[in-house]
Design a binder for this molecule. Structure first.
Ligand SMILES: O=C(O)CC1=CCC(=O)O1
Length: 393
């Protein structure tokens, strides 16, 4: 079914590529329909299920009269994702599409894997949009088309590819005034700067070297400054890179999303190793001690704690070659030999409490330590161990 329903409007959408690939939703600039991405879709379908829609007010989607908002347009994207059966997707938006993508990432972070924000902005001058909307209401789309073509494409591209420019020009002339004005109001009224810090998805800001509408200075740079970890790449062309620089745009999207997926896979693997290590740590040291130690973690110590849980507790204590009793006794001997008394006391306490060894076995370890590490080491070890035994009662 090529239409999704959102807030009473029918939205035309389509998908290309295999359903088992990660989903990538492409969102368009004002004044264009989903054919904006025709040149990049074949470059992306080997890696992604590519989903596109005609933004409300454009193409084959409904164009209800009245002002739209970025939240409404973001809901439309969610309705299309629902219709496609996609829980979570990466979003690549050009201009207005980028504004919708940022809004969606701020309001439904659980649905957004990553963002590619192409030739877009978190804030535009509202008065110029008021003037533009008044003009089209008075004179029709024709009144702004040539000025928009001048911003959409570089001079060189307009000269070399008049057929591409003509296709976009014809589409825009045929565009519903209500639809354009509705989306223009969403741009005019956007208040994205305050919402950007809520974005947690990895973000790549793509700017066009010849973009006059939303250059990096004053536009892309504001996103990079406000979205944690956002990165920037400049490619050739003006405001519509999918038409003017499709290979560069598709390459940037592919490279960035591959890196994001690699990062996600590494994080998930680390989480799995952490959980496996934590289980062993609990068995060896006991829940009470481990819970206390987890509660004491700070931003300064958490990465270190996670690293030793993955490596010491999963990688080493999880090895099959020695049982836990043997490993416990080794730790006692090593810690006593190296005078690591804090760790020594911890393992004496845990071993006796958890039934990991007997007091008799502890004594034998310390006797042997006296021979191999020296009597002074064993002297202190006996004193420290005796204190722990007394505390345990
Ligand atoms: O129409 C323009 O001038 C450029 C533009 C601004 C927002 C958008 O989607 O395109």
């Amino acid at each position: 079914m090529p239409f999704a329903i959102s807030h009473g409007a029918r939205l035309y959408w389509r998908q290309d590529g295999a359903a088992d690939k990660p989903a990538l939703v492409l969102l368009t600039s004002i004044g264009t329909d989903l054919s904006l991405y025709d040149p990049v879709v074949p470059l992306l379908t080997p890696d992604f299920l590519v989903i596109r829609l005609d933004t409300r007010g454009h193409g084959a989607s409904d164009a209800p009269a009245g002002d739209y908002s970025l939240d409404l347009l973001a809901d439309d994207v969610l309705a299309v994702m629902d219709a496609a059966g996609v829980d979570k997707a990466s979003l690549c938006g050009t201009s207005l599409g980028g504004m919708i993508a940022m809004t969606l990432a701020a309001k439904a972070p659980e649905r957004v894997e990553a963002l590619i924000l192409a030739c877009t902005s978190p804030a535009m001058d509202p008065s110029t949009w008021d003037q533009r909307l008044a003009l089209i209401r008075a004179e029709g789309m024709g009144a702004i088309v040539e000025a928009v073509m001048g911003r959409f494409f570089s001079d060189a591209f307009r000269a070399q590819h008049p057929e591409v420019v003509e296709t976009v020009r014809v589409g825009m002339r045929a565009q519903s005034v209500d639809g354009y004005a509705g989306c223009g109001a969403a741009i005019r009224d956007m208040a994205l700067l305050e919402r950007l810090p809520a974005i947690v998805a990895p973000a790549l800001v793509v700017t066009g070297a010849k973009d006059l509408a939303t250059p990096y200075d004053g536009h892309g740079e504001r996103i990079v400054a406000a979205v944690t970890g956002a990165r920037h790449v400049e490619i050739g062309g003006a405001h519509l890179p999918s038409l003017e620089a499709p290979t560069a745009l598709a390459g940037a999207v592919r490279d960035f999303l591959r890196e994001v997926r690699r990062g996600t896979a590494v994080r998930e693997a680390k989480d799995t190793l952490f959980e496996a290590g934590l289980e062993i740590r609990r068995k060896v040291l006991g829940d009470a001690w481990v819970d206390k130690s987890l509660a004491k973690r700070t931003a300064f110590t958490a990465d270190y704690q996670a690293m030793i849980t993955r490596y010491a507790w999963n990688e080493i204590w999880g090895r099959p070659g020695l049982d836990h009793r043997t490993r416990r006794l080794l730790v006692l001997a090593i810690c006593a030999s190296l005078a690591r008394w804090e760790e020594f006391r911890l393992h004496v306490r845990a071993g006796l409490e958890q039934g990991g060894f007997t007091q008799e076995e502890l004594k034998e370890v310390l006797m042997q330590t006296a021979i191999y590490a020296g009597v002074p080491a064993a002297n202190t070890a006996f004193t420290e161990a005796a204190e722990v035994i007394a505390e345990l009662g």
